[in-house]
Ligand binder design. Structure first.
Ligand SMILES: Cc1cc2nc3c(=O)[nH]c(=O)nc-3n(C[C@H](O)[C@H](O)[C@H](O)COP(=O)(O)OP(=O)(O)OC[C@H]3O[C@@H](n4cnc5c(N)ncnc54)[C@H](O)[C@@H]3O)c2cc1C
Length: 246
């Protein structure tokens, strides 16, 4: 497997997400029954109504729509961070059931992520990192052999695998949690790998529900920077990056 890179797919989402949100919200403010509400919502332009909901912060309405992403080419280090988000559902490729021996990987080593900073140091540094991964592979294979091979062996041999080891994740979040996730993880203060993932998830979510995610991204898009003295100080640049008018 060797060096892996980020890949994100939006696997599924609630069909007509903005229509579902509009229906839920209109129900709150209308004496209509469900049938006439459904009829009206399908024939009315929801743009200004949803924008108003977002401006008001009537966010419970956007909990009705969910987005499921398939993610690969990310490190176990990222896994530790993303799974801190509790209003989400995760399925993660298991290191107990999926072996990582040399013979199970095309390129001779388990998949791993090389940080940009190390790539930036040039070919010698990258070669050193790759040698270290190959060494870990040898340690892993040795433990699998000593522990009797197969699933029983993977469970404990994996203790020598590094944070750099690649993992694959399926994650589902509703739109409210996604917006919260983006506010924390698209921020310049977030770690680079999860920030790259969050940016890609935001791009994909915005494609199918532009109104729900119009101002989604780091908190400085909609208010003051919450980082205080730790602020990156690049608010205008960031607003431009996410296409929000200054
Ligand atoms: C830049 C950065 C640095 C970080 N550094 C560290 C670190 O050094 N060490 C560390 O341990 N973590 C760190 N974290 C993780 C952070 O503390 C949170 O665990 C993580 O961001 C998940 O955020 P959350 O709890 O708001 O979100 P979620 O779990 O996604 O929850 C969403 C919201 O639901 C509500 N909620 C959820 N569960 C509860 C609950 N039990 N009680 C009350 N309200 C709840 C809260 O309003 C919460 O904001 C860091 C995060 C970032 C972005």
């Amino acid at each position: 497997m060797g060096k892996a890179s980020l890949k994100v797919r939006l696997l599924e989402h609630t069909p007509n997400p903005e229509k579902v949100v509009a229906m839920a919200a209109r129900l709150c403010y209308s004496p209509s029954d469900i049938d006439s509400l459904a009829e009206n919502v399908s024939t009315t332009d929801q743009h200004s109504f949803i924008k108003k909901l977002m401006d008001l912060g009537h966010y419970s309405t956007i909990e009705h729509v969910t987005f499921t992403f398939g993610i690969e080419g990310v490190s176990r280090s990222l896994l530790a961070q993303i799974t801190r988000h509790r209003i989400a559902s995760f399925s993660v490729q298991s290191q107990r059931y999926v072996g990582e021996t040399r013979s199970q990987n095309n390129e001779g080593t388990f998949g791993y992520i090389i940080p940009e900073t190390i790539l930036g140091l040039g070919p010698e540094a990258v070669a050193e990192f790759e040698e270290q991964m190959a060494q870990i592979q040898a340690w892993y294979d040795r433990w699998v052999e000593k522990l009797g091979s197969g699933r029983g062996a993977y469970e404990d041999a994996r203790f020598v695998l590094p944070n750099a080891a690649e993992t694959k994740i399926v994650v589902t979040m509703n739109a409210r949690e996604l917006r919260h996730f983006f506010s924390l993880r698209c921020c310049q203060r977030a770690q680079w790998e999860i920030r790259a993932l969050a940016d890609e998830m935001l791009r994909l979510a915005k494609e199918v529900a532009p109104l729900l995610f119009a101002d989604a991204g780091p908190e400085c898009l909609v208010g003051p920077c919450p980082e205080g003295k730790m602020s990156c100080g690049k608010r205008m640049e960031i607003r431009k990056k996410y296409g929000v008018d200054s």
